[in-house]
Design a protein around this ligand. Structure first.
Ligand SMILES: [Zn+2]
Length: 447
């Protein structure tokens, strides 16, 4: 973001720029957002008036605004609640590489600020977090850490020698717990619950039979220990058989889409019966070929705002592109089947939450991946309003964030102002004018 452009965008909105600086906003008692349409979970409302006071929203309608409220005219603007990423990884990448060395306070905070600038107000880091996570999570809750709210699973739990693969992913021993038996699994979950986590993450995937898959006994041990501590369990899966194992073991959330086969009626009814949640993460596989297919995409200012220059150089390298495209066929198939399964699962009334696995590798571009995922969900057959509801209220519900995810009286004023209607075209979520966190402006236009 360049300040010049941001000031320009604010000037276009008819606002004196200085009045919106965070310092001034803090001093201002409340802000009246006038003539604004907002997403109510199903559609955009007619133009109305919102008040942001003491960090919360009030739908003012025709009621009088309090004396001294600063009026902001949002004619032709659209507000959505800040999005909630229920499957991401934070502090694991930097530039074009990934590794344990990047789990630092500075990098985590920079990535949380990136998410926030892209309209994501809370992000769950679903595993691979170093021990510093627990401290940063606590600081994020009290507002000492800037950016999106940090939630997560701590390191997460996988099988010895299993997924996630330590070598290829540059993982150190403190980023994944690998219990040898069910008792150690229960102990691992309990230790994490003591240290402070929001969710338990397990890796079930055997990565095409190349590593040990998690056994039903180990998955059940994780579920029992987590439920005893009031925590939900999210499972990394790829195949239908792994999804069946996970749901059968009582896992609460499939943290990836089913990508090898179309989901069958048996699993659909079991998921419905158990109340299992589904996070499709369609972009995870698309990321492996999207940039290689056409490097001109790197000229898109919205993507560029999220990309490190080292990644731009990589995406334009013909040798890199050839290698990516050479192994892209299975990923294209994954995306096709993932979309089919999302539509079937959503139509079956199974709750869906929002996530991309962004930040797991440098190709999973934090901020951009989320907006691209919304488009992929719409390509799968969901309406833009359904995709937005999943990315906001549904994901808040999954993560137990009762104070946000909707524009409603008393909820946090975590709002994203757009200059075009995202229910008309989902790509309009990219047209960010301004981001508010608890009623204070924290970011402006990205491009
Ligand atoms: Zn992940």
């Amino acid at each position: 973001m360049r300040l010049g452009r941001r000031s320009f965008a604010l000037a276009l909105a008819g606002l004196p720029v200085a009045r919106l600086s965070p310092a001034r906003a803090q001093a201002a008692p409340s802000i009246l957002l006038d003539n604004v349409r907002f997403f109510d979970g199903r559609a955009m409302t007619s133009p109305t008036r919102l008040l942001m006071a003491s960090g919360a929203v009030r739908i003012l309608g025709t009621d009088a605004a309090p004396d001294g409220a600063q009026r902001v005219d949002l004619s032709d603007r659209y507000i959505i609640p800040a999005m909630i990423a229920a499957h991401s990884h934070i502090g694991h990448t930097s530039g074009a590489t990934s590794g344990r060395q990047y789990y630092t306070r500075e990098n985590v905070e920079a990535q949380l600020r990136r998410y926030q600038a892209f309209g994501i107000g809370a992000a769950a880091s679903l595993g691979l977090n170093a021990p510093l996570f627990h401290e940063l999570r606590a600081e994020s809750r009290t507002g000492r850490l800037r950016g999106a709210l940090l939630l997560g699973a701590g390191p997460g739990l996988g099988m010895p020698e299993g997924a996630p693969p330590a070598g290829p992913m540059n993982l150190s021993d403190d980023q994944v717990i690998r219990p040898a038996n069910a008792a150690a699994m229960r102990q691992g979950v309990n230790d994490l619950a003591d240290k402070g986590i929001d969710i338990v993450k397990v890796w079930i995937d055997g990565l095409g039979d190349t590593v040990p898959q998690m056994t039903p006994e180990m998955a059940r041990a994780a579920v029992e220990a987590a439920h005893a501590r009031g925590l939900r369990v999210a499972a990394h899966i790829h195949d239908l058989s792994q999804a069946r194992l996970a749901v059968g073991a009582g896992v609460d959330i499939l943290a990836h889409g089913i990508r090898d086969k179309e989901v069958d009626d048996g699993l659909l009814s079991l998921m419905r019966q158990r109340g299992t949640w589904y996070i499709p993460t369609i972009q995870i596989d698309e990321a492996e070929y999207l940039y290689a297919d056409d490097p001109a995409i790197t000229e898109d200012p919205f993507l560029r705002a999220a990309l490190d220059p080292a990644m731009v150089a990589r995406m334009r390298d013909p040798a890199w592109r050839a290698a990516q495209l050479g192994r892209a066929a299975p990923r294209r198939s994954d995306v096709r089947i993932n979309k089919l399964n999302l539509k079937r699962i959503h139509d079956a009334g199974i709750p869906v939450a929002f996530g991309t696995d962004s930040g797991g590798t440098p190709l999973r571009v934090q901020g951009f991946a989320e907006h691209r995922e919304l488009e992929l969900m719409v390509e799968a057959g969901l309406t833009p309003a359904q995709a937005l509801d999943i990315a906001t209220a549904k994901s808040a519900q999954l993560l137990g964030l009762t104070d946000r995810g909707s524009v409603r009286d008393g909820l946090r004023a975590d709002l994203v102002v757009l200059d075009a209607d995202p229910t008309a075209s989902i790509r309009n979520t990219r047209r960010i004018v301004r981001v508010y966190q608890a009623g204070q402006e924290v970011a402006g236009s990205i491009t």
